[in-house]
Design a protein around this ligand. Structure first.
Ligand code: HPA
Length: 265
């Protein structure tokens, strides 16, 4: 048992989660609405580092959505904050130890498709690890050679789509390109990403999904589109712009995930 797990057991004895969620920028409100809520600050969890990015709380929140027990990482650390691809190793491994069979990751992303504008949602069906770094650097054993085919679980994607259709919520699907950040891309980089076959670009999620697959969890990830890629529109990019646009997407994404989670029980 990790030391973090021991700290969790003191706060929520015998709690067993089914779904783990990593909630990115602007999605923090979701965790405040769950029932039987127990929130543990990362400061009380050994190995959990606090993000310095505005819009990211730092809490592990346990509880229920309907009957479904969930464990939520409310706020997350990014690769660009430490230059360490394994910053989320302990938190993700802890979700697996808590019993989570599935990891759901959300992120804010830039769109590479003109028709997929700010406020749109995109379920990720594959990714490009352009950082070419891995949270498994230094891991041992044959388990480190993770098969990444269908790492975004096709059945989970299908279930989410059914849910979106029932809610009459448009849901795009596509490839997410992971870049290091924290600077946004140049227009030339955006043109390159489009040529490479990416549909959205962002600074998170990919290492978390690699870790989840390494732990044996299934993965589902959704991008909330906050902007068109650099050079695709006249809008200047900034974190403030991302956070403002995220409000629109976050409301839809929260509704979609909430409905899906409720339906699991
Ligand atoms: N690029 C990278 N990351 C992002 C973007 C973007 O345009 N928007 C939100 N996160």
């Amino acid at each position: 048992m990790t030391t973090a797990r021991a700290a969790i057991a003191r706060n929520a004895p015998d709690f067993k989660a089914r779904i783990g969620l990593v909630l990115g920028s602007g999605m923090g409100g979701f965790a405040d609405r769950i029932t039987n809520r127990v929130a543990i600050p990362y400061a009380d969890l050994p190995g959990f580092a606090q993000s310095g990015v505005a819009g990211h709380a730092g809490r592990l929140v346990l509880g229920h959505v309907g009957e479904t027990p969930v464990a939520i990482l409310q706020g997350r650390l990014h690769y660009y904050e430490r230059g360490d691809p394994a910053v989320m190793k302990f938190p993700i491994e802890t979700l697996a130890e808590l019993g989570c069979e599935t990891l759901v990751a959300t992120n804010a992303a830039g769109s590479l498709r003109p028709e997929m504008g700010p406020g749109a949602l995109m379920v990720i069906n594959d990714h490009l690890n352009l950082v070419q770094a891995s949270p498994l650097f230094g891991a041992e054993g044959n388990g480190r050679f993770v098969d990444m085919v269908n790492c975004y679980d096709p059945d989970l994607r299908k279930a989410l789509r059914t849910c979106a259709d029932n809610l009459d919520l448009p849901l795009h699907e596509g490839v997410y390109a992971w870049v290091a950040g924290p600077q946004f891309e140049t227009p030339a980089e955006i043109r390159m990403l489009r040529l490479l076959g990416a549909d959205a670009v962002g600074m998170s999620t990919v290492p978390d999904v690699i870790l989840a697959r390494h732990c044996g969890m299934r993965a589902l990830a959704v991008s909330a589109i906050t902007n068109l890629g650099a050079g695709m529109s006249d809008d200047a990019l900034s974190h403030e712009h991302t956070m403002a646009q995220m409000q629109v997407a976050a409301e839809r994404l929260s509704l979609l995930l909430w409905t899906w989670l409720e339906g699991l029980a």
